[in-house]
Write a protein that binds this ligand. Sequence first.
Ligand code: TPP
Ligand code: MG
Length: 632
Amino acid sequence: MANDRGNSGPILNGLPSQIPDTDPEETEEWLASLDGAIDAGGRRRARFLMLKLLERARQEQVGIPSLTTTDYINTISPESEPWFPGDEELERKYRAWIRWNAAVMVHRAQHPDISVGGHISTYASAATLYEVGFNHFWRGRDHEGGGDQVFFQGHASPGMYARAFMEGRLSEDQMNGFRQEKSHIVDGEVKALPSYPHPRSMPEFWQFPTVSMGLGPMNAIYQAQFNKYMHNRGLKDTSKQQVWAFLGDGEMDEPESRGLLQVAANDELDNLNFVINCNLQRLDGPVRGNGKIVQELEAYFRGAGWNVIKVLWGRGWDPLIEGDNSGALVNLMNTTPDGDFQTFRANDGAYIRDQFFGRDPRTKELIKDWSDEEIWWKLKRGGHDYRKVFAAYQAAQNHTGQPTVILMHTIKGYSLGSHFAGRNATHQMKKMTLDDLKDFRDGLKIPITDEQLEADPYAPPYYHPGADDPAIKYMMERREKLGGNVPERRPQAGKKLKLPDDKAYKAAKKGSGKQGVATTMAFVRIFRDLMRDKEFGPHIVPIIPDEARTFGMDSFFPTAKIYNVNGQNYNSVDADLMLAYKESVSGQILHVGINEAGSLAALTAAGSSYDTRCADGAVLCLLLDVWLPAHR
Ligand SMILES: Cc1ncc(C[n+]2csc(CCOP(=O)(O)OP(=O)(O)O)c2C)c(N)n1
Ligand SMILES: [Mg+2]
């Protein structure tokens, strides 16, 4: 469609062939300017100018399609990073203790008499992502706003247990019972922890079950939508509640992980943040050995209307990127496949010098004064740098109008030593040899002796310095300031609702006389009468996937109205009819579209409001017309 400046519609590749060049001389001048910019300032400068031009063109509504990917560098430049308000040294100290205890917990469960499953390497790659959230962002249940809602990556649970152990919320006996809920009995009592987030097994700890990959992303979207719904209907002020979902890059291949991204964008869920741990590996090997999963996800999310923040490189890379006048380093980053990045980390500094920087004489030059050790230690991935992670979380929390996804570049098995980090088998490795344990202890500076480790290599000690240790005090203070524990579930948080009295069922009890009536129709009538109850009615959330009209539920449209965060900005075709299709910001009906999975996620979000939003009064919800094979 032509716009008012006479431009054509979307251009996907190259120039649209139907537009004539009305001024070839002017075109030539522009091209010569670009050539001149390349000659004078190099390709990097020319690229910058082109991107600036695109930005201006978009501001002026020239109708150029937006770029879906950016360079393989951090979205937030070092100059735009905020001040980091924490004590990095102290935070690093207890993060190391948590890392140790998480790995020891899984390792202990490998004793030949027990030998259950578990994952060490996932949390190891994500420890910084979680700790920055715990220390600086996630509001607990006692926060005035009611607390944030965090969906943890299910198989990173050992890290959450290890933190709760440091906080004194879990005992050593419970830690020893990881994944042994039927068999670990101490003094006649089961002392155990489920392997994955499980609200039924730990009703006062986990809020959301996440480990079945794909459930987290879907449910997080509908939690965030329901927060807005409650707010817009005046049932609860949720303006200080954000939803954070931690996901794996492999998990993003699940159809459920990507299939509902448009819901978050259409509903402008700026209270929603996805954090995708891009350690480039899944279970058996790389997620995209030949490609780049971060770039793929960036394009996908941006295309779906999300705000995208990439955190790829730690602060050690900043001076190198700044000094990369030729653009050769960024070019290398852009063109190196994930499979190679994984291999670099599984090798040493000399290998990285040779196989990465050595690919171009200009990049080789950039690190010529660096030792191999410096290359190894200074050049971290962004997801292992507190400041970069902090900057991204703050930007995500403050972003308005869109949901945000943060793509974090990390190493699977980080800190666990050379047998784990970046190895293809790392996902399934849960046992450490005595030497692994010693290396791991040394790397983390854990005050445990060789003798202690040698005494029983199946049961290395946990480490806890005691509640009076300054680092532990700091850690506890941080949580107190943020409103208490995370995760925490409060099964009894909501007030009980007063049920409608018998009058509400009068019509149903009377029956339909001689006339037969479909059960669905009868049900819809009862439902309508319940919705009319002044006290109880507003707490009903009718969730409609697919179709309402067939069952006579279109009679709800004009009165209850269909929830839409943008209201109704068009003239409805049936506006003159009594049963007009009516959308409203304060609508009561959740009409989720042809979307059964989403309707179940909406049901879960609504049904758990008593806990997740501490809403006054539980929210009763009814799921209508789910199109299942058994439906008819
Ligand atoms: C629906 C489903 N399929 C398979 C699994 C088994 N599984 C557990 S962890 C994992 C690999 C996850 O890879 P990724 O999402 O990249 O997480 P990472 O451990 O690398 O952070 C798989 C396939 C699962 N939990 N759920
Ligand atoms: Mg992964």
